[in-house]
Each structure stands twice: as C-alpha cells, then as structure tokens.
Design a protein around this ligand. Sequence first.
Ligand SMILES: Cc1cc2nc3c(=O)[nH]c(=O)nc-3n(C[C@H](O)[C@H](O)[C@H](O)COP(=O)(O)OP(=O)(O)OC[C@H]3O[C@@H](n4cnc5c(N)ncnc54)[C@H](O)[C@@H]3O)c2cc1C
Length: 386
Amino acid sequence: MEDLSRDLLELRAATKQFADTEVRPVAHTLHLKDEQIPDPMLAKMREMGFFGLLSSPEHGGLGLGAMAVAVVTEELSAAWFSVGALPARNWALAVLLEKFGTPDQKEKWLPKIVSGELQAAHSGTEPEAGSDAGNIKTMAYLKNGTYSIHGAKQWCTHANRADIISTFVRTSKESKHGGISLLLVEKPRGEDFVPPKLTGARLETIGYHGMHSYQLFFDGYEVRQENLLGGVEGKAFRQLMAVYELARMQFAFRCIGLAREAYEHAVSYAQQRVQFGQPIAQFQAIRHKLADMATQIEAARQLGYMVARKMDAGLRVDLEAGMVKLFASEMAHRVCHEAVQIHGGNGFAIETPVNRFWRDSGLCTIGEGTSEIQREVIARRLLGER
Ligand SMILES: Cc1cc2nc3c(=O)[nH]c(=O)nc-3n(C[C@H](O)[C@H](O)[C@H](O)COP(=O)(O)OP(=O)(O)OC[C@H]3O[C@@H](n4cnc5c(N)ncnc54)[C@H](O)[C@@H]3O)c2cc1C
C-alpha cells in the first residue's frame, strides 16, 4: 500500500517527526483547556515551510503539489485536528492570489502568505447563508476608492489571529452569484477586532478547540478598493471555484488523519483492556470493528491519493473531490464513534483522547460543504445536470 515517491516519504517522515515532538504531546492538554494552537507551535510550522507547500519558489514556496498537501495534512491532523486545518487558509489564499491577484496584490501579500508571516482566514458563511452561499447579505459600498462593509458574518475560524480575511461581500444586488466579490480585509490580530466598525464574538464549540470561530459584525469597516481580489467586482464565485477541489481534498485528509489516530488508540486499548480473562481484542466483535476501521481508512486514503494525483496532473476533479470529502468525513465519524465504543465508559470520559477525536469528528460532515450538499453536487454531475 506504500506507493509514495521517495520525496513524499521524506516529507511525511519529517512532518511526522514534527507532529510527534511538537504537537501530539501537548494536543490533548490544550484541547481540555480550550486553548488555541500556541504561538511557538505556529512559528515552528512556519520554519518547517508548511504554509508554502503549494506555492511556487518564485513567491518563496516549496512548489510541491497536491500530494504533498495530502501527506502533510494527514500527519498534522493525526496529531491534532486543528493543526491539520491551520495551513489550509494560507494555501487557499495563496492559490487565489497566484491565479487572480493583480501584480500589486501578488507583490504585497503573496510572499508573506506563503511564509506564514501573515495568517489568513476566510469568511463566507452568514447567519442566513450557509450551504446557500450565494444568499449573503453583507454589502460593500464603494465611494472615493474605499469600500465600506456592512453586515454580519458567521463561523469565521481563526478570525482573531488572522491578519487578512478573504471575505465574501455583495457589491451588487442585481445578480445572486454575480453580485458577489472577494475583498481582502486587513485587520490587526487579537480578540478586540476594530470596534465599533468591526467587532467579533466567539462561538464556543465542543471540539476543534485549537482554532476559534467567530461571528463578525461589520458596521462601516473600510477597505481600500485595491483590496478587491483581481480588481474586478462580481468574480468571487468563479474565483472560489478554483480552490474548491483543493479545499475538499485537503479536508478529506484532515478526516483521514483524525480517523487514523482514533483507530490507533482503539487498537492499543483493545490489546490492553482485559475482560473475561482476555484482552478485548480477542473478541470477534471488537477485532472485526478494528478490521472495518482500518479498511475504511485505507479506502479513503487511496481515493484521496487518486484525487490529489489527478490534481497534480492538471486534471479536473470536482466530482472526485466531492466524493472523497463525503466518504472520508462520514468514515471519520464512524471510526471515531467505534473508537469510543471500544473504550467503553472510558471513551465517554472527557479526559480520554478518543473523546477528543469523537468531538472533533462532529465537524467532519459539516465543514467545507455538508454531506447533503456533497451528495447533491455528486448527483448533479452524475446525472449530467452540470
Ligand atoms: C467549527 C466551524 C468552523 C467553520 N469555519 C468556517 C470558516 O472559517 N469560514 C466560513 O465561511 N464558514 C465556516 N464554517 C461554516 C460552514 O461552512 C457551514 O456551517 C456549512 O457550510 C453549513 O452551513 P450552515 O451551518 O448554515 O447549515 P445550513 O446550510 O443551514 O444546513 C442545515 C442542514 O440542511 C442541509 N441542507 C441545506 N441545504 C440543503 C440542500 N439544498 N439539500 C439538502 N440538504 C440541505 C445541510 O446539509 C444541513 O444538514 C464553519 C462551521 C463550523 C461549524
């Protein structure tokens, strides 16, 4: 099952070593304290070059492809789901800037996004626009070269620590999707935001604690016209399409890493926990669960590799990216549930790591397009409707 190139094996080994020494030993304690990924850990992720995996060397990146994203994401997510999620924002914004940015936008932001010096967040979702992303109401009014933003956003992860938030705004009410633009909203770091024009309120969650998510309230926050991605209004949907495939494939590998860690904890517990005079791994009911878990993880991984390889070959993979996001997220849900079940009552205790995996897995079928939406996207393509 090991069909990775030598370079990818080396990258995986280096990432695993980083995860084993810097992330895994502290992840559970930080989760229990509801603390975010610490600044020194983030700094070491920058030193490792994780934020520049995809970008071209011209902009300071490593120029590695989608397979590198897959391998790194699995290792980081196995150590802590939140850490595997962290670089995704910079990766997506770097791709957007490389593909659509004006020369000035590239020069100003790309090297700092690629190095991780600037942290990115993305804000699309609103109270009344989740799956129906085109239903956003947040308006950006242009006057004298400055956009004034008014509206409420929901679920902006990493908003407090981000320096730049790629924000879906409506620049025209005339067309649902065609009236939406991507503004690159600069802001200082911190929980205070910029009151009263930009304020934020944290949304507390049962898991995914390393990154906090926020409601954002824009009340006349101003952004210069040159922060409009690509310099032309109404292009946000087309621009975001360019990163959907990457985002879904990357999200799938977060789920795969999480499920793998849950499975490994389940194996070790099943070998140690003795009931009726023998390790519970000897009971067919338990060992067959382990067999199913391992099989499903491997199936998701191979589907994910297929998607990433096609991406690296420049092929269209919107259908397959939806499939792997759907399959891996539901697989992670099942595997984390079974890992708790194998731990019995101990799995229900907050102190037990599998309890964290199970909590984190709650996000898998919701974030980056719900399972229901993925099925719809897949069905539409299968039925030739798009
Ligand atoms: C922890 C967390 C972090 C997040 N981070 C970010 C972020 O950084 N940036 C960002 O922009 N967003 C973020 N999100 C938002 C996330 O993308 C949305 O929650 C997701 O898209 C679903 O939208 P919703 O929650 O409004 O649910 P809704 O769209 O209201 O859906 C509710 C239910 O209805 C179903 N449904 C909706 N429409 C259909 C349909 N047409 N057919 C069938 N079923 C349907 C859904 O599948 C779901 O089961 C985050 C969410 C969470 C929970």
